[in-house]
Design a protein around this ligand. Sequence first.
Ligand code: ATP
Ligand code: MG
Length: 366
Amino acid sequence: MVYFVPRIKDRSAIISEARSSLTGRIVDSYTNIPTLKLFAHTDREDDYARESITDHTRKFHDQQRLITLMEIVVWTINGALIVATIGLALWLWSRGLITIGVIALTARLVIRINNMAGWVMFIVTSIFENIGIVQEGMETISRPHGLVDVPGARPLSVTKGEIRFEHVRFGYGLERGIVDDLSLTIHPGEKVGVVGRSGAGKSTLVNLLLRFYDLESGRILIDDQDISRVTQDSLRAKIGMVTQDTSLLHRSIMENILYVLGGGWTTALLRAFTAVPMHALCSGMMGFYIGQAKFASSKDQENRLQKRGLWIAVGIHGSYDFLLFIVPLHGLIPAFGVIPILIGNYIALRKKIKSARDEDKKLGRS
Ligand SMILES: Nc1ncnc2c1ncn2[C@@H]1O[C@H](COP(=O)(O)OP(=O)(O)OP(=O)(O)O)[C@@H](O)[C@H]1O
Ligand SMILES: [Mg+2]
């Protein structure tokens, strides 16, 4: 046990690593399946996956070989124990030193011990196998983050929008610096295009501004605040970035849009429940004036009533859409502004209908 169990644990960790690599390769191929098909490199992909499968199988066989060897050793020792114990009992019985009942009892006991040993071996081995797997996983999951917010980091506050690179040096930890002693000031409102050959370090500059990496030396300041001293979330939330390649989360298009808008579930629900009544009320308002225009006493009044109907409907509907639209930008309060508009519109339309009915009565039209 002392010899085999730690070795089984180590091999288990090795298999777990191989399994992760195998899963990673297969998931990578499947997620990029259109690209793979376009390049028509099926054989190369097969080889790539096969290499991982072969490696995983070899490591799995290594472990199984060790477990089988352990089982052979344990069963041989157990077998020897049974043979020796029962042999000794028989010998003692042949000498008349013990009775036949003792032989039966001894045989039963030794077989029981044998079964228990197999069971203990199975349990201990699987515990250590799992410890190996967990250890390998922990190395990935519990790796300490190198890039963290400093204690007491405050959110970035952008007032003017000035960006300053001061003697920045960075090279992805490599000897040759990619960005070496770069100083650059981008004034508020200034538009700057960074031009250079591929690999010159343009994306690196943006990555540094977003603090995806810490600088080797120098500072980057936004409105005089060192970006390494503000919270990473507030820094990235303040920077709008259009990446070179498009990417979608593996969710519906609507969920992707809502993700960008910061959730937006409340807006979606609000729209679901208010859109139809709002459309109906706006068309009611417009219909009211168009109806009145039909009874206008002059062409001029007819035009005026038609225009009023149109503008009132557009104005109310426009405000409704605007309030829902600006939610993701300014919090939820404006979105709920659609409710008073809806109620106000309803009351106004009822009043208009009532006053028209009264007028009809007065003129004897109904
Ligand atoms: N994560 C990384 N680790 C190590 N080196 C990197 C890493 N990312 C980029 N590099 C290297 O840094 C250099 C600058 O890369 P960068 O992506 O900033 O270039 P670029 O100017 O944006 O190029 P392109 O015009 O092709 O987008 C390149 O030599 C690249 O190989
Ligand atoms: Mg780039």
